[in-house]
Design a protein around this ligand. Structure first.
Ligand code: PEP
Ligand code: MN
Length: 266
């Protein structure tokens, strides 16, 4: 029998002992709504709150976000609770505006290959080095994703987090198919941290805990989880958002898994 020399498995996904959670509503709808979630996030000892100000809606007649008003709400709550804030920037024309209000800029799945937006975000964050959370497109390969990171980093900011948020496959039981293997694959091929957005692939809130636990177990560096004080009344993505109580219970479970791995949820 031919003897095969198997190389040692590299230490995948063990770059840091902290797993960051980016939690918050899909859309910022009012100061009260956002602040309730921010207070919950702070109460759990987490550091980042997310929210949509400019929303990439499939249908132009759906709620498009509160725009700059939402950015003001996020900044006020972030300062009040001592939290970092993260929001999506959809348009090159909004980069400076969004950058002036928040701590992290998100590139959404629909802008995966909007290279002029990626370049503009790289330029706008070149001095501040604010985090850019760069989501994978529905039909983007890992190779395309990693290649496009250079549009951002070549402009001066390599503080990039790659966020897997589900891809489109033949399967329709979930909103998107979560490619959990993206975590070890990216860890093998790049030095960027990997975030798993567990809400958008799930599409339904009862699936969120399983995906979140799988993401922690797979070695994700961070998780994105949508949380709304009253999901049935949400102006976007109601079915997949957790209530603050459900989120609290999930964070407790995730902390147990993180403990086993010698990691901390922050
Ligand atoms: C979001 O994070 O609210 C969002 C719109 O995500 P995606 O771009 O992954 O659909
Ligand atoms: Mn959403």
């Amino acid at each position: 029998m031919r003897e095969e020399k198997i190389p040692p498995i590299p230490n995948l996904g063990q770059r840091t002992d902290e797993i960051t959670i980016y939690a918050g509503p899909c859309s910022v709808e009012s100061a009260e709504q956002f602040d309730e979630v921010a207070a919950c996030v702070k109460g759990l000892g987490l550091h980042w709150v997310r929210g949509g100000a400019f929303k990439p809606r499939t249908n132009p007649h759906s709620f498009q976000g509160l725009g700059e008003e939402a950015l003001k709400i996020m900044k006020a709550s972030g300062e009040k609770h001592g939290l970092f804030t993260l929001t999506e920037v959809m348009d090159s024309a909004h980069c400076e505006l969004v950058h002036s209000y928040v701590d992290g800029l998100q590139v959404g799945a629909r802008n995966f290959q909007n290279f002029s937006l990626l370049k503009k975000i790289g330029q706008v964050t070149a001095d501040s080095h604010k985090m850019v959370l760069y989501k994978r497109g529905f039909a983007g390969t890992v190779a395309e994703w990693l290649a496009a990171c250079d549009y951002i980093s070549d402009c001066g900011n390599d503080n990039i987090v790659l966020c897997e948020r589900g891809i489109r496959t033949f399967e329709t039981a979930t909103r998107f198919t979560l490619d959990i293997a993206a975590v070890p694959v990216i860890h093998k091929q790049s030095l960027y941290p990997v975030c798993i957005d567990v809400s958008h692939p799930a599409g339904q809130r009862d699936l969120v805990p399983s995906l979140a636990k799988a993401a922690v177990a797979a070695g994700a560096d961070s998780l994105m989880i949508e949380v709304h004080p009253n999901p049935p009344a949400a102006l976007s993505d109601g079915p997949q958002q957790l209530t603050p109580e459900q989120f609290e219970a999930l964070v407790a479970e995730l902390r147990q898994i993180a403990d086993v791995l010698g990691k901390r949820i922050v």
